[in-house]
Design a protein around this ligand. Structure first.
Ligand code: F3S
Length: 651
């Protein structure tokens, strides 16, 4: 049988392991990326390893998320990140150059490479036939040392796209339809590989929306073939020399397959408060909308913004709506200006924001109390926009523009009527104006070692966890429900994001919105254990959702299931991820119950741990769903201690 594209790329990077779904493999990583609000911990960890230069082909540090300098903290972070990049051979994309995923695929992406990024939407690069995986910052630090990266061999799911999107439907409809079908945890340990005539017709920017938001299914990543569309895209970036055709074999074997007929799709909306709560826009109650945001790495490409502008052309944003737009990169912004689309947006009353993530991660444009926000972003968790009373609905740029005009949920067709065909005419430019002036190139190794890393007062040391002990007796500091997101654990906003380099400060706001008394309680308990339901730690890759609890003394999380990236972050930062052997035991546990584990160090290698509830007098078992390598990391008390040991041994 033939090979899928995913298998071909993993095989070409395989260092060790069997490529059997669920088994651990180790692969060479070619590229890494980080962004400003997660990266300080990554580079502190890299510094702590003690090598002089990154060992990847290309590592890039993006300053793109928090560009609101409301006090000294974020500029402190940016100065640190710029200096540490110079010291160790990392590119820097300066503020204003664009959102990490959009810039990375345009200026650095190469078909067939493997990239790991400290952001859950790193799979964006799957749009050009790269295998791009979102991981925690400690994993990125590890990849930068050149050590082969562990990966649980995924199942590869063929997604056959047939038919064609109607004008007024965006590739956002395709990924929302997939989410509707598979749910926010249905993609766990899957790679979605898109093929078929519908996929062939999608330009790279449309593919990027799908690959990017595939993260919301919990998938390892998503990928499209490197075909003629990719050649055209790289040519538009002046990089045709980086193109090579990479396709799955015609008789490729897949672990499963599904089909989406694009001709049958209608404008869709993901309703509060989970991305898989997908409905047809025409079926949603016509509530008054207070805010519309068009932007983010998911939907701020040239075509996305041009189509939104065409819907808005000749109209005015409804007086009840605040409508803002943030374009994904400087090169796209300039091209949209040249082609007249920015004028259309301004004339319609859209407020153009700076080129950044901004409102997507609650950095500005917080909705009003109980406000309804309609966004082209990828997540609608409670509080994601900075206000837990708000409702967030996720739609395409075309539908967002129509909604801004109507003041309630609407589609492009509602506004444009027979003129809707105009949207089908929009194409990505054949040529972008290439200007890499906002990319700072790495210095040579000799020059780098002379650079002093600048640490302002916001840069606090990376907390190092203790290795597990033989005996653990600790109370439950939190009993949470299903689908707790990393936004619940470590809230987003300009203010909170700027604290992420300062764990003593940030940890005081751990679970700030979900359980406001958690931080004080966990600290008072000294050591504690968190209990949760299904899909614990879904969403953003931010490892602060592991570091902050660890800093507050959390030793283990016992959940019904744990999201992939967050499980890795817990392991990397010394918290043992445990899964109920019998999920009904969840019911018998209450806040502050005292849990006792004896012979923990002997129990860990068996992957089953027996726990005694000393308060309610019963025993229950938990499973450790970890690979051999992850077990080593757990027993060493986290990835940094393990990595240092490994590198010392090699030396
Ligand atoms: Fe930025 Fe939002 Fe994407 S925070 S990287 S635009 S998911």
């Amino acid at each position: 049988m033939g090979k899928s594209l995913t298998h071909k790329i993993i095989k070409s990077h395989l260092i060790s392991g069997n490529m059997i779904p669920g088994e651990e493999v180790f692969v060479k990583v070619d590229q890494t990326l980080t962004h400003d609000i997660n990266a300080v911990m990554t580079y502190l960890a890299f510094e702590a390893v003690g090598i002089d230069r990154v060992k990847t082909e290309c590592s890039v540090s993006y300053l793109d998320h928090n560009l609101l300098y409301v006090d000294h903290k974020t500029p402190d972070d940016h100065i640190y990140l710029q200096s540490v990049a110079k010291r160790y051979g990392v590119y820097v994309s300066r503020p204003g150059n664009g959102i990490c995923h959009s810039v990375h695929v345009a200026r650095f992406g190469v078909p067939g490479k493997i990239s790991m990024g400290g952001d859950s939407h790193t799979p964006h690069g799957g749009s050009i036939g790269m295998l791009c995986i979102g991981v925690g910052g400690m994993d990125v630090a590890t990849a930068m040392t050149g050590v082969p990266m562990r990966l649980t061999m995924p199942r590869v799911i063929k997604v056959n796209l047939t038919g064609a999107l109607k004008p007024g439907c965006n590739s956002k409809e395709i990924i929302l339809e997939l989410l509707r079908r598979v749910s926010i945890k249905g993609g766990l340990l899957n790679v979605y590989e898109y093929v078929g005539p519908g996929a062939e017709a999608l330009e790279v920017s449309a593919r990027a929306t799908i690959a990017n938001m595939g993260a919301e299914t919990g998938a390892t990543t998503s990928i499209f073939p490197a075909d003629e569309q990719v050649r055209k895209f790289l040519a538009s970036q002046g990089r045709e020399q980086d193109y090579k055709e990479l396709l799955p074999d015609l008789d490729a074997e897949y672990d499963d397959c599904m089909e989406i007929n694009l001709s049958e799709l209608e404008p869709l909306v993901s309703c509060p408060h989970q991305p898989d709560n997908v409905k047809r826009i025409r079926d949603v109650e016509k509530k008054p909308v207070q805010q519309v945001f068009i932007g983010s790495c998911t939907n701020a490409s040239y075509s996305d913004i041009a189509k939104a502008a065409l819907v808005l052309k000749g109209h005015l944003v409804n007086e009840t709506v605040s409508c803002t737009c943030a374009v994904a990169s400087k090169q796209i912004y300039k091209k949209l200006m040249q082609d007249g689309y920015i004028d259309m947006l301004l004339d319609a009353g859209v407020r153009m924001l700076e080129i950044a993530c901004g409102p997507c991660c609650a950095i500005g444009q917080t909705p009003a109390t109980k406000g309804i926000a309609v966004r082209t972003t990828n997540r609608n968790f409670i509080g994601r926009a900075g206000n837990p009373t708000a409702e967030i609905y996720l739609v395409s740029p075309e539908s967002a523009a129509a909604t801004a005009i109507a003041g309630t949920f609407a589609t492009a067709e509602d506004i444009m009527g027979e003129e809707i065909w105009k949207l089908g005419e929009v194409r990505e430019p054949e040529e972008f104006g290439i200007d890499d002036g906002m990319l700072i190139k790495p210095l040579s190794e000799e020059e780098g070692v002379e650079v002093s890393v600048v640490r302002g007062p916001n840069i606090k040391p990376l907390p190092i966890p203790d290795a597990p002990e033989q005996y653990l007796c600790a109370p439950i500091s939190l009993k949470g429900g299903d689908n707790i997101s990393t936004d619940d654990i470590t809230p987003a906003s300009a203010e909170f994001s700027s604290m992420r380099s300062n764990i003593p400060l940030m940890s005081q706001y751990c679970y700030h919105r979900y359980a406001p008394d958690f931080a004080a309680r966990a600290k008072a308990m000294g050591k504690s254990i968190i209990i949760a339901g299904e899909n614990y730690g879904q969403g953003s890759s931010r490892e602060h959702a592991a570091i902050n609890p660890m800093y507050l003394g959390v030793k283990a999380v016992i959940a019904k299931s744990i999201a992939r990236i967050h499980k890795g972050n817990l392991i990397n930062h010394g918290i043992i991820p445990m899964i109920f052997a019998n999920s009904e035991d969840y019911q018998g546990l209450e806040l502050e119950d005292e849990l006792e584990i004896e012979n923990l160090l002997e129990q860990i290698p068996t992957r089953t741990v027996t726990i005694k509830n000393k308060t309610r007098h019963f025993l229950f078992d938990v499973k450790l769903e970890i690979t051999d390598n992850e077990m080593e990391v757990v027993l060493n008390g986290g990835q940094l201690a393990y990595l240092k040991k490994q590198l010392t041994k090699e030396a």
